[in-house]
Design a protein around this ligand. Structure first.
Ligand SMILES: [Zn+2]
Length: 268
């Protein structure tokens, strides 16, 4: 199984990999795959990746939030390391060596990802994407322009690994995107983080809501495809995104009621 074995490039990805491998542990991940409760309905693979992804993303988010608070409260860097380790032990209840997790290493990775989440795109990086030629949104494939004329769409740079999750503002983590996709994808980390739950659980969605969820669903599926490709081929997420290409969002028809409920299958 090649779950989340993509080649990490940003600080957030290194932290994510460390949490999956050393904190949750390969042994536990394999056990999740064998849980009988997750096999109901023949969706074992989707449901187990769902839970592992959510679990890792949850720990990642909590670590980064705490690191952010510590950094804003204390100036001394040695203090940061000490306090975040205390947090791992007291609040996250991570023992010093559960499955080979090194708390000093985890603290270093967390603080580094937190630091990078505060650094925006500098102009020398931005200019690497500026070209007189046309660029394309990596999500929907729509042409985007650095200096758009009246009817053209402005190019934005999208953090493939979201900046808020420790996604460095480096060329390896950026691709051109249109404002609509950039906004719709926002800080979606994994396909599991797509905010479609409230919708899927709603008993009587309107036609407009059904149409909107279609777009989010496709972005989530595109995201899942990128992670799967990168994990299978051991590439970076950017290389995977370039290899897969965009999805044609305008061609997506509205999802019907059954499909919407079916996607995560939690609303029987
Ligand atoms: Zn787009």
């Amino acid at each position: 199984m090649a779950l989340y074995k993509f080649k990490p490039t940003t600080s957030g990805e290194h932290l994510f990999s460390y949490i999956t491998t050393n904190l949750i542990g390969k042994k536990n991940i394999n056990q999740v795959y064998e849980l009988e409760a997750l096999q109901i309905g023949g969706r074992q693979h989707q449901l187990s990746t769902y839970y592992i992804g959510i679990l890792t993303a949850n720990i990642l988010t909590r670590c980064l939030k705490k690191a952010n608070r510590i950094v804003s409260m204390f100036e001394d860097e040695r203090e940061h390391q000490k306090l975040i380790i205390q947090y791992f032990q007291r609040s996250l209840e991570i023992p010093r060596t559960p499955y080979g997790a090194d708390l000093d290493r985890l603290a270093t990775l967390t603080l580094e990802a937190e630091r990078k989440s505060r650094k925006g795109i500098i102009s020398s990086i931005r200019s690497q994407f500026s070209t007189t030629k046309v660029n394309y949104c990596y999500i929907c494939g729509f042409p985007v322009f650095e200096k758009p004329l009246e009817t053209q769409v402005k190019m934005q740079l999208e953090h493939i690994w979201p900046q808020s999750f420790g996604g460095d503002s480096i060329a390896e983590n950026l691709l051109p995107a249109c404002p609509t996709c950039n906004n719709e994808k926002s800080d979606m980390l994994l396909w599991q983080n797509a905010h479609i739950h409230s919708f899927t659980l709603k008993p009587d969605p309107s036609p407009q809501e059904l149409e909107n969820v279609g777009k989010r669903l496709r972005i989530a599926q595109h995201r899942r495809d990128i992670f799967e490709y990168a994990s299978m081929n051991r590439t970076t997420l950017k290389d995977a995104a370039l290899a897969i290409g965009s999805v044609n969002i305008s061609e997506i028809s509205a999802i019907d009621r059954d499909d919407a409920v079916d996607f995560f299958n939690f609303s029987f």
